[in-house]
Write a protein that binds this ligand. Structure first.
Ligand SMILES: [Fe+2]
Length: 170
């Protein structure tokens, strides 16, 4: 079997009249494509939990996980369209997401609500840290608009981490 080449997030940009320099746009596009991979991956993890959770809290967790997955799906679209707004190419296939995501694969052998909550807490914490770092990176690069997009995502991810952690904090 042929080995899959490591996907590159480096690319040539389309020309645009947007008033951000090409070197800035290149760096931001590369960052956004890293985030796109992680966000697509995270959405599938939350869906795995939505489908496979079992136990006495099945219904409320099944519903909560689906709400969260819907929110993450919206972030996928916001991030991908910021890439194209900046003249880049969105790298958003499942294969690219799997190759480039910062998240570990979701466990396939867990079923209880507590196990799924813990697996999601771990991933939302890692994803949230990535997003917060991205805010600072965009600020340093002088792209306050992308920093604002990341801030919007960060606010939601922090809140959802609270929703998940509240199940294990008491
Ligand atoms: Fe469903």
């Amino acid at each position: 079997m042929a080995t899959m080449p490591k996907a590159s997030t480096k690319q040539t940009l389309h020309s645009t009249r947007i008033d951000l320099s090409e070197p800035t746009r290149l760096k931001v596009v590369e960052l956004l494509n890293q985030s796109l991979a992680a966000t697509l991956d995270l959405k599938t993890h939350v869906k795995q939990a939505h489908w496979n959770v079992k136990g006495k809290d099945f219904y409320q967790l099944h519903e909560l996980f689906d709400q969260i997955a819907g929110e993450v799906e919206e972030f996928v679209d916001l991030i991908a369209e910021r890439v194209t707004t900046l003249g880049g190419t969105a790298m958003g296939t499942a294969r690219l997401a799997a190759q480039n995501s910062i998240l570990p694969e979701y466990p396939h052998d867990i079923f209880t609500g507590l196990e799924h909550i813990k697996a999601l807490v771990e991933r939302f914490a890692a994803f949230g840290a990535h997003i917060r770092t991205a805010i600072d990176t965009c600020d340093e690069l002088g792209d306050a608009t992308t920093a604002d997009l990341y801030t919007q995502i960060s606010r939601n991810i922090d809140m959802r981490l609270w929703f998940l952690e509240a199940h294990i904090q008491a």
